[in-house]
Design a protein. Structure first.
Length: 55
C-alpha cells in the first residue's frame, strides 16, 4: 500500500514540476493586430495584456 502511495505522490510531483517548467513568458501589451484587439471593423488600440513567450 505504501509503495502505491509513494508512486502516486511521485507521479503527481513530476506533473507539477513539468507544468511549472512550461510557463516561461512575460506579460506585455497586446499589439493592435492581435486577436485580443480585433473588432468587427478591424484592429483597434486596446492595450489588453497578453502573454509573450520566447527568449
Amino acid at each position: 500500500m505504501s509503495i502505491r502511495l509513494f508512486a502516486a505522490v511521485l507521479a503527481a510531483l513530476s506533473m507539477v514540476s513539468a507544468a511549472q517548467a512550461a510557463t516561461h513568458g512575460r506579460q506585455g501589451v497586446a499589439p493592435p493586430w492581435s486577436f485580443a484587439c480585433m473588432t468587427d471593423h478591424g484592429p483597434s488600440q486596446c492595450d489588453e495584456p497578453m502573454w509573450i513567450y520566447g527568449e
